[in-house]
Design a protein around this ligand. Structure first.
Ligand SMILES: CC[C@H](C(=O)O)C(=O)SCCNC(=O)CCNC(=O)[C@H](O)C(C)(C)COP(=O)(O)OP(=O)(O)OC[C@H]1O[C@@H](n2cnc3c(N)ncnc32)[C@H](O)[C@@H]1OP(=O)(O)O
Length: 395
C-alpha cells in the first residue's frame, strides 16, 4: 500500500472562522496521501462539521503549497506547510492550517451536506435550539427508538401507540438525538423509519400543540423540526418511510424527509394542515413540491385529501405498495425492498447518497465540485481497487 496516513491538529485562524465554527471542540484532520497520484484526500473535522477535501499537489522536492480548495460551496483555504516528499517514499506533513475564507452566513445553511449536528438555521437566524428544549421537556410521552443492525440497516421507530404515535415534546427531542446518533454511525447504509404497532404517525401531540399555541413557540418548534428533518434527509443512508396505518399532519411531513416511501394496503398519507388552520411547518411543503411537482403538491395541500397507496403511486409520492399488512411481514418486505439499493460497500453507498442529495440541493457548479470531492475519496479506495482486481464484466 503506497498511501501514507496523515493526521494532526489544524490551527484555526481569522475572526470570521472563529465566529462561524462551533467552538466546543478542536479542529483536526485525517487523511491519506497517495504517492502515485500525488493526491491528498483529507477530512477536516471541525467541531461538528466534517468536510471532505481532495487536492492534487505538485511535489518532487521539498515544497510549500497553498492550495485553494472550494469545498461544498464553502471557500476553504487549506495550507499544507512544508510538505516533504523524499525519494525513499516518505511523506511528512509537518503543519497544516486552514482558514474559512468567507463568512459562512448562508453557505453553511444551504451547502454543507456533511454537516454534523449543526442547525440549518444557526448561521442565518441564530436560533438556539435550547430555547425550546425546556418547553418540549414539559410534554413527555412515548419515545423514539433506534435499532442498528450489523448489516448497516437501522430502524427508527416512532413509539407512542396510545396516541397513534403522535410526537410529544420529549419525542421531538429524542428524535433529534437519534438522528444525531445516525450521523455518527459510520458503518450505516440504510434506514427504515416506521411507527410502532401498525400505524405510522398522527403528527404533533395535540395536547402539546394546545399548550404551546403562541406564535413564538410555534416558530421555534417549526425550526427545530425543520432542522431535524433536514438532517434526517441528508444522512448518508438510503432511507425509507414504511407507512402502515395513518401518516397525518407532521407524520405526512416526516414521510417526505425519507428518500423513499412504501405503503401497505389500507394505509394513508394525509396533509391535514389546512383543516388545522395551518400549512406544513416541518419542511413538508418544500419537500413535497420536489417529490410530486407544484401542481400535485398544491392539490394535496389545498384539499387535505387522503392519499391511498394507489394514488400515492400514481402521483409519484410512493415507490411501492407492499402486499403484506401485518407488522412483521411488512417490515421484512420493506427490508428486502431496501436491500436492492444497499448492497455493497458502505463507503460507496454513502458516497452515492451524498452526490445525489448535493445534486438536488446545491447549484450545478457547487454540486459538481462536491461530486469531484466525493469521487476523490473513492478513486483508488479499497472498494475501487478490489473491483479492478476482480476484472468484473457487467454483461
Ligand atoms: C397540522 C400540523 C401539525 C404540526 O405539528 O405541524 C400537526 O401535526 S397537528 C396533529 C395533526 N393530527 C391530528 O389532528 C390527528 C387527530 N386525530 C385523529 O384524527 C384520529 O385520532 C386518528 C385518525 C389519528 C386515529 O383515529 P382512531 O379512530 O383510529 O383512533 P382514536 O381517535 O381513538 O385515537 C386513539 C387515541 O390517540 C389520540 N390521538 C391521536 N392522534 C393524536 C394526536 N395527534 N395528538 C394527541 N392525541 C392523539 C386520540 O385522541 C385517542 O386518545 P383518547 O384519549 O382515546 O381520546
Amino acid at each position: 500500500m503506497d498511501d501514507k496516513s496523515l493526521s494532526g491538529d489544524l490551527q484555526l485562524f481569522s475572526a470570521e472562522s472563529v465566529a462561524a465554527v462551533p467552538q466546543e471542540s478542536g479542529t483536526s484532520f485525517r487523511g491519506t496521501f497517495d504517492q502515485r497520484l500525488c493526491f491528498f484526500r483529507v477530512t477536516v473535522v471541525c467541531g461538528r462539521l466534517e468536510l471532505l477535501l481532495s487536492a492534487n499537489i505538485s511535489i518532487g522536492k521539498e515544497s510549500s503549497t497553498n492550495e485553494r480548495l472550494d469545498c461544498e460551496g464553502i471557500a476553504l483555504k487549506l495550507y499544507f506547510y512544508r510538505v516533504r516528499y523524499f525519494v525513499r517514499k516518505k511523506c511528512q506533513v509537518q503543519m497544516a492550517m486552514f482558514c474559512i475564507h468567507k463568512c459562512l452566513k448562508c453557505g453553511l445553511r444551504n451547502q454543507t451536506l456533511k454537516q454534523r449536528g449543526l442547525s440549518v438555521y444557526t448561521s442565518v437566524y441564530r436560533v438556539n435550539e435550547d430555547d425550546i428544549k425546556e418547553k418540549l421537556q414539559q410534554h413527555p410521552g412515548g419515545s423514539i427508538d433506534l435499532q442498528k443492525d450489523q448489516n448497516g440497516i437501522a430502524n427508527l421507530i416512532i413509539n407512542n401507540p396510545e396516541r397513534k404515535n403522535a410526537f410529544s415534546g420529549t419525542m421531538m427531542l429524542d428524535f433529534r438525538d437519534r438522528v444525531e446518533e445516525l450521523e455518527h454511525w459510520t458503518n450505516g447504509k440504510g434506514l427504515i423509519v416506521r411507527g410502532a404497532e401498525n400505524t405510522f404517525c398522527s403528527g404533533s401531540d395535540l395536547r402539546a400543540v394546545k399548550a404551546m399555541s403562541n406564535p413564538e413557540d410555534g416558530l421555534r418548534i417549526c425550526m427545530f423540526m425543520q432542522n431535524t428533518l433536514t438532517r434526517l434527509l441528508r444522512l448518508p443512508l438510503i432511507s425509507v418511510a414504511l407507512v402502515q396505518g395513518k401518516a397525518l399532519g407532521g407524520g405526512a411531513e416526516l414521510t417526505t424527509a425519507c428518500d423513499f416511501r412504501l405503503m401497505t394496503s389500507g394505509s394513508e398519507i394525509r396533509f391535514v394542515h389546512k383543516h388545522m388552520g395551518l400549512v406544513p411547518g416541518w419542511g413538508g411543503a418544500t419537500r413535497l413540491i420536489k417529490l410530486i411537482g407544484y401542481r400535485n403538491a398544491l392539490k394535496l395541500l389545498s384539499s387535505a385529501q387522503h392519499v391511498n397507496p394507489a394514488t400515492g403511486l400514481k402521483i409519484g409520492l410512493v415507490d411501492e405498495i407492499l402486499s403484506s399488512t401485518d407488522e412483521g411481514s411488512c417490515l421484512e418486505e420493506a427490508e428486502n425492498w431496501l436491500n436492492q439499493y444497499t448492497g455493497g460497500s458502505s463507503q460507496v453507498i454513502r458516497a452515492i447518497k451524498n452526490v445525489v442529495v448535493s445534486g438536488r440541493e446545491l447549484s450545478q457548479e457547487e454540486s459538481l465540485k462536491n461530486e469531484k470531492s466525493i469521487f476523490g475519496t473513492l478513486w483508488g479506495s479499497h472498494a475501487n481497487l478490489k473491483a479492478l482486481d476482480q476484472n468484473i464484466k457487467h454483461n
